[in-house]
Design a protein around this ligand. Structure first.
Ligand SMILES: NC(=O)c1ccc[n+]([C@@H]2O[C@H](COP(=O)([O-])OP(=O)(O)OC[C@H]3O[C@@H](n4cnc5c(N)ncnc54)[C@H](O)[C@@H]3O)[C@@H](O)[C@H]2O)c1
Length: 451
């Protein structure tokens, strides 16, 4: 299918909206990205990208002639043939997806031209398309099309994922609208899944739930490996070579986080519950993930005893490498638990800033600064920088050589050869190494630990 170059509006200049806008511009379309946050729009208009996403800066710069940023709805939808909805859908207190921003956008589209198509990229519960369709009709916009086109990009590789996707899912009420959205993607070589709107919405939620299930599954296997003396990295390798299973999402660790998996699993669980179905497997997946992060604290306590007054370096804060996104990052739970136990927490991340989220912790400029004098280090996000550290030097700087590697990122044999007590996830665990000396604490540290 080919498509003349189109005029596209994108609502939401976040992780998905910016990548969508930049990639559609790269395909030759003219794109106006609209957001409600003035600082974001001003920064983008000046060529400054407010998020960290590899390749995005270059892509935006390369296509600046076809890209505009605005706060103004009228400017965005003027002459738009497609309106992509890329606003955030965070969880409500009830765990359902909060669609308030989606509804705001629907209310903002009153002047959409005949023949325009609203394309839903935000992750929404199944049934949302039906409701939006009815709302558009009720507002006299029955001449406007609606297509569900869920987004599968992963932060850190989003640009490549958009331009080289595994598939493009297009769910439409009217086949012609689906055709138009398919043509808009001309230039991208990928299978296209055409279906009804509800199925497209479910494909997104089911795909995420399946990926999370694999993560929680291998984490439970890892926990059993620790008890029976097997090595989960070898187990995952052996399992993943089975072509029926594949090796993706079989890396044991401290569990998933981020802006999508936690909220989307909860949203699917509640969608099922609201529909009268108890989704037991998904409930277990969520609970395993929650417990997995907390096991880190037990691993530290095994070697350090009570953590009060201990200095712990938390290495990596973003929910995964390649992004600055702190939403639902496991580091927040781990650092908060350590702070609650009275530990002195020093954190480091190359791009993410958690100073306002973890007010009780000290965020350091370098990993070495966080590690200096530490009683233990917890590797939370597998940033490549951590693989490049001179761990021999780290060993000399730390007060006590305990490393809990939450991502099985470091080589246990090398770490032990350097004199570390190394604890991975689902790997043969070292015996209790004997408590290190309690650090001498001055009155100020003592008071901090007690408060
Ligand atoms: N982040 C991901 O990698 C990813 C991947 C797949 C799907 N999704 C889904 O895509 C959606 C967007 O996620 P995100 O991570 O980009 O969120 P985000 O929070 O990074 O960005 C959302 C943007 O929408 C803006 N916004 C809110 N109301 C608006 C309005 N009325 N008009 C214009 N802009 C408005 C916000 O100011 C914000 O900049 C969510 O539903 C998410 O679940 C995200």
């Amino acid at each position: 299918m080919t498509q003349d170059k189109a005029r596209v509006a994108v609502f939401g200049a976040g992780y998905v909206g910016l990548v969508t806008g930049a990639c559609l511009a790269d395909l030759g379309h003219t794109v106006t990205v609209r957001d409600v946050v003035a600082d974001k729009v001003t920064a983008l208009s000046r060529g400054n990208v407010p998020i960290y996403e590899p390749e995005l800066d270059a892509l935006l710069a390369r296509n600046y002639e076809r890209l505009q940023f605005t706060l103004d709805v009228g400017e965005a939808i003027e002459g738009a043939e497609f309106v992509f909805v890329c606003v955030d859908t965070p969880p409500t207190y009830a765990g359902d997806a909060d669609l308030s921003r989606v509804w705001t956008v629907v209310d903002e589209l009153l002047r959409l031209a005949q023949g325009a198509i609203v394309v839903m990229k935000s992750t929404v519960p199944v049934g949302t398309g039906e409701k939006v369709r009815a709302a558009l009709d009720a507002r006299g916009l029955d001449h406007v099309g609606y297509v569900s086109n869920p987004e599968f990009t992963a932060e850190g590789t989003a640009v490549r994922d958009f331009l080289e996707p595994d598939r493009i899912v297009i769910g439409a009420f009217d086949g012609q609208h689906g055709d138009a959205v398919e043509r808009l993607h001309a230039g991208i070589d990928a299978p296209v899944v055409r279906c009804d709107v509800a199925s497209a919405e479910m494909i997104k939620l089911a795909a995420n739930a399946f990926l999370m299930t694999r993560i929680s599954f291998i984490n439970e296997i890892a926990n059993v490996c620790e008890l029976v003396g097997a090595d989960v990295t070898k187990v995952a390798h052996g399992v993943g070579l089975d072509h029926r299973l594949g090796s993706y999402f079989l890396r044991a660790g401290i569990g998933y986080g981020g802006s999508c998996f936690p909220k989307d699993s909860l949203s699917l669980k509640q969608l099922a519950a609201n529909s009268g179905y108890h989704f037991q497997l998904l409930s277990a997946v969520i609970e395993v993930n929650e417990l997995q992060r907390r096991r880190v604290v037990a691993k530290l306590e095994k070697h350090l005893g009570k953590l009060r007054g201990r200095r712990i370096a938390v290495l990596g804060l973003a929910f995964k490498p390649g992004t600055d996104d702190m939403r639902e990052a496991p580091s927040l739970v781990i650092a908060s638990r350590l702070l609650a136990e009275g530990a002195n927490v020093r954190t480091w991340d190359p791009v993410a800033d958690a100073r306002t989220l973890l007010t009780g912790a000290d965020q350091c400029e370098t990993a070495l600064e966080a590690l200096d004098g530490a009683d233990a280090a917890v590797l939370v996000t597998e940033w490549p920088e951590l693989g490049e550290l001179d761990w021999g030097d780290v060993r000399r700087r730390m007060a006590n050589p305990l490393v809990v590697d939450g991502r099985n990122f470091l080589d246990p044999a090398e770490m032990r050869a350097l004199g570390f007590v190394y604890e991975g996830i689902g790997r043969a665990a070292p015996p209790f190494a004997g408590l290190p000396e309690t650090p001498e604490r001055d009155a100020e540290t003592e008071a901090e630990a007690a408060s």
